[in-house]
Design a protein around this ligand. Structure first.
Ligand SMILES: NC(=O)c1ccc[n+]([C@@H]2O[C@H](COP(=O)([O-])OP(=O)(O)OC[C@H]3O[C@@H](n4cnc5c(N)ncnc54)[C@H](O)[C@@H]3O)[C@@H](O)[C@H]2O)c1
Length: 272
């Protein structure tokens, strides 16, 4: 039987279906986990933290389990998916979201930093995908969404070369996996967030700095984690049933602006 052509269960129905979210204890991953819990999915969060950073409600905790996993450790990843397999017959959605960043210049970056960023941002999505394939196949139609970054399509302002390279790598992994796994009815896509207001950014920047950053976003707002979750939800849904190997930029127009402060562009035009 070819899963591409046979009758499949409706992908939009997520009730009691298993969804795995890496890095779901905070920020974008937590918003993604909440998105799927709100649709009655059974959510497994793999994170190095052993508690959710926000006060999450009782209903959320009934449907979401946090499996403490250091995604730098291939054995820990295998063990996490073994545990998930004990609890469900298939995985409907895998969201590879966990990510870290470097800040060094290339000239001074320690090799250990480069490797740590690659391990979490690129090798872990590969290993999670590999470990999940039997359970993704068992769902008959399923979806993998990799949270990359617009940095993977240009460069990172705040992160270093490892961050940029890892996110470009995630986009390559997305395309290649989309091709190989299409025969199993597994779609693989990516979301590329632009500047997103996560708790980490809120605590590490001042209101004035955040206001200034908005100057370079044509749609004049920071992106919210919930807006990224909506794009992930679209890629998990039947509505995107013929999309695979693609990436959706959720960036308020940041990528097309090439960093040009928005108002300056119009001032210059007015003077010409
Ligand atoms: N916030 C932004 O502006 C932005 C922009 C573009 C892309 N992204 C991407 O979105 C994703 C989520 O970012 P965020 O802003 O929510 O960050 P965050 O720091 O709030 O969340 C990242 C999560 O990953 C987990 N994590 C980190 N290292 C881990 C490890 N070794 N093992 C398991 N879990 C680990 C953290 O504990 C955390 O819960 C990342 O891949 C990031 O690169 C974020």
């Amino acid at each position: 039987m070819d899963p591409r052509t046979e009758q499949r269960p409706h992908a939009s129905c997520l009730a009691d279906r298993a969804v795995v979210v890496t890095g779901g204890a905070s920020g974008i991953g937590l918003a993604v986990a909440q998105f799927f819990v709100a649709r009655a999915a059974r959510v497994f969060v793999l994170d190095i933290q052993d508690t959710f950073v926000d006060d999450v409600e009782g209903e959320f905790l009934k449907r979401a389990s946090l499996i403490r996993t250091d995604l730098r450790d291939p054995e820990a990843i295998k063990e996490a998916f073994r545990l998930i397999g004990e609890n469900c017959e298939s995985i409907k959605v895998l969201v590879n979201n966990a990510g870290i960043s470097d800040v060094d210049l290339i000239e001074t970056e320690p090799l250990a930093t480069w490797r740590a960023v690659m391990d979490v941002n690129l090798t872990a999505p590969f290993l999670c995908l590999q470990a999940a394939i039997p359970l993704l196949r068992a769902a008959l139609s399923s979806s993998v969404i990799n949270v990359a970054s617009i940095a993977g399509k240009r460069m990172s302002y705040n992160g270093g070369a490892a961050y940029t390279a890892s996110k470009a790598g995630v986009l390559g992994l997305t395309r290649h996996a989309a091709f190989e796994l299409a025969r199993y009815g597994v779609r693989v896509n990516a979301v590329c967030p632009g500047p997103t207001l996560t708790p980490m950014i809120l605590s590490s920047t001042s209101a004035a700095q955040r206001e200034k950053s908005v100057d370079a976003i044509p749609l004049r707002n920071w992106i919210t984690p919930e807006q990224i979750a909506e794009a992930v939800g679209f890629l998990a849904d039947d509505a995107s049933g013929m999309c695979t190997g693609i990436s959706i930029d959720v960036d308020g127009g940041f990528l097309v602006s090439s960093g040009v402060p928005y108002d300056e562009y119009f001032k210059r035009r007015a003077q010409q």
